[in-house]
Design a protein around this ligand. Structure first.
Ligand SMILES: [Zn+2]
Length: 562
């Protein structure tokens, strides 16, 4: 039996299995096949035999595997699951009816957000929105050495693209007077002290669990030195929290909570010199905004105890923290430092290099924000690290793109061929096989065609091939001969169905940038000229692409996935 017919049986068997909890029914599958192509009735016996075989193979797979395979083969056949049936990933938090929920996501404006940030912002945002709560986007910009002006807007734009609508955008640097007020309360309560030891000594003592003399000054003396700190040169004093110098959690060993940094701040310029460190800023901000719940990645786990201690000492309400496993795709670079270096060395195009999972890269490659959201929510909130791959993300994207994208012909490395004996014909192809209303593309075909080099190389003597929706031909030594066999019959005997272009003047030069930065060149049908930058298409037998730019004499696409 011909491969494409077997593929159809497999497709329908998977669809039927997924629909009925993992078990497909051979009779239903045969029905679908014959309904799709009544001419196949003569082969009913053969089809029934093959269907039985394929169905029993597919029924051995788990429902999950069946869904995955169907998503790969024919995503449009996968019915969307009813929202209600979707597992509530926040169930474990146990939110009561009517409980007030406030969440926040706090990026530092120092690098481009990647898919890990997307997960953190989406889960916090979703948690608030599903309970009519409030969501803050908060810039943690109290380190003037790291905060950079350009990144504020980059974060805002990226999250907007993801569909996040923050109730308020907060800037920690707007709360400096609040930070000072809370610092003073903590000093007066004798829970913090000014330390004048060098950073090396502080580091060494923290390692050894040793207290320094500064710890024993009284609150009045500390208040005096705190005032002095604002006029001192950088490095002279730091404010340290009295934690536990022997705590097994080293973040609690009298951490520095304020230090002097002489560097203009992107928003506050030279207004402040004494800046809170991350833990103090984060704990106080959560308290000030009234953040009730926070979902964050596991790397912050150690800081929890310290941050809750700061909230308690400051007299603020504690935030409930939940951690989930670190999140990125296997083998993808996510370290800002390394990406920056590679961009400098031109090993990467930029932060939007197609090999990266920064949001700017995913967007430019043609990933849809809804697909990113569906994907990150599907990964749940467990602490167990799991290996996530591009395939997982692509499956979600493909499912959405498949119905959105119109089909076009792009012939990579075009080879011209002459098919002898071809009658002149007007060929009409659907923009999308399932949506008639999107119209058609029309070609005037004679006997000269372009096909992709990789197809051309595969043609074998005496075999029958078909140009999609156009004609059949046979290779005979160095010649190609028209063959008038009907399509239905071709399906049984033919070798493959190939996309093509008629040789004519108005074809469009196209370049496609692949994720490995290889550039594939070829020709596309004239209609692609009407596409707008950002439009997504499916090039038949090539893959999904996003139009990146229109240059003089050519269109440049970025490859999304197959
Ligand atoms: Zn000291």
């Amino acid at each position: 039996m011909e491969e494409s017919l077997k593929a159809s049986i497999r497709k329908f068997a998977l669809q039927n299995a997924v629909k009925y909890g993992g078990k497909a029914n051979a009779g239903a599958v045969i029905g679908k096949i014959l309904a799709e192509n009544p001419a196949l009735k003569e082969n009913a016996l053969e089809i029934s035999k093959e269907s039985g075989k394929i169905v029993s193979e597919i029924n051995k797979l788990s429902l999950e595997k069946q869904e995955k395979k169907l998503q790969e083969l024919a995503p449009h056949l996968l019915e969307k699951k009813e929202e209600a049936k979707e597992k509530d990933i926040f169930e474990f938090i146990g939110i009561r009816e009517g409980q007030r929920i406030i969440t926040a996501f706090p990026p530092e404006p120092s690098k481009y957000p990647h898919i890990g940030h997307a997960k953190a912002i989406i889960v916090n945002y979703e948690l608030a929105k599903r309970h009519d709560g409030t969501f803050y986007l908060r810039f943690e910009d109290t380190n003037p050495e790291l905060a950079e002006k350009e990144f504020y807007n980059i974060h805002i734009d990226n999250y907007k693209w993801l569909g996040i609508k923050a109730d308020k955008i907060d800037y920690a640097s707007d709360y400096m007077e609040e930070f000072y007020k809370h610092a003073e309360k903590i000093i007066k309560d004798n829970h913090a002290y000014i330390c004048s030891c060098s950073s090396e000594v502080i580091k060494e003592n923290r390692k050894d669990g040793k207290e320094c003399q500064c710890r024993f000054n009284n609150p009045d003396k500390n208040m005096e030195k705190w005032q002095e700190m604002f006029k001192s040169k950088a490095g002279k004093y730091v404010l340290r929290l009295k934690g536990h110098m022997q705590s097994p959690n080293t973040t609690l060993r009298d951490p520095v909570i304020f230090r002097i940094i002489d560097m203009p701040h992107p928003r506050k310029k030279k207004k402040y010199r004494v800046w809170p460190n991350y833990d103090f800023e984060n704990a106080i901000m959560d308290g000030l905004e009234g953040v009730t719940h926070r979902l964050r990645s596991k790397e912050f786990e150690l800081r929890n105890e310290l941050q809750r201690l700061i909230q308690t000492l400051a007299g603020l309400k504690e935030t409930k923290i939940y951690e989930f496993a670190r999140f990125n795709l296997e083998g993808v670079e996510s370290s800002g430092r390394i990406i920056r270096e590679k961009v400098k060395k031109k090993e990467l195009i930029g932060w939007d290099d197609p090999s990266l999972t920064t949001l700017v890269a995913l967007k430019r490659r043609g990933f849809l924000p809804e697909a990113i959201k569906n994907f990150v929510l599907s990964t749940g909130l467990t602490k167990t690290e799991s290996v996530l791959t591009w395939d997982d993300l692509m499956a979600h994207n493909r499912r959405l793109l498949d119905s959105k994208c119109n089909r076009y012909f792009f012939v990579e490395k075009p080879k011209e061929m002459n098919i002898d004996g071809t009658p002149e014909q007007n060929v009409e192809l659907k923009m999308h096989p399932e949506f008639k209303e999107r119209g058609t593309r029309k070609f005037k075909a004679k006997d000269k065609f372009y096909v992709a080099e990789r197809d051309f190389k595969e043609f074998k003597d005496g075999k029958l091939y078909r140009l999609m929706d156009c004609l059949n031909f046979k290779k005979a030594k160095s010649k190609f001969l028209f063959d008038s066999l009907k399509y239905e019959k071709y399906k049984e005997r033919g070798y493959g169905i190939i996309h093509w272009l008629p040789v004519q003047k108005d074809l469009v030069k196209v370049e496609v940038l692949m994720p490995d930065k290889e550039i594939k060149k070829g020709l596309a049908e004239p209609l692609v000229k009407n596409l707008k930058v950002n439009d997504a298409v499916q090039f038949a037998r090539f893959g999904f692409c996003r139009l990146d730019k229109k240059e003089k004499g050519k269109l440049v696409f970025w490859y999304t996935h197959d």
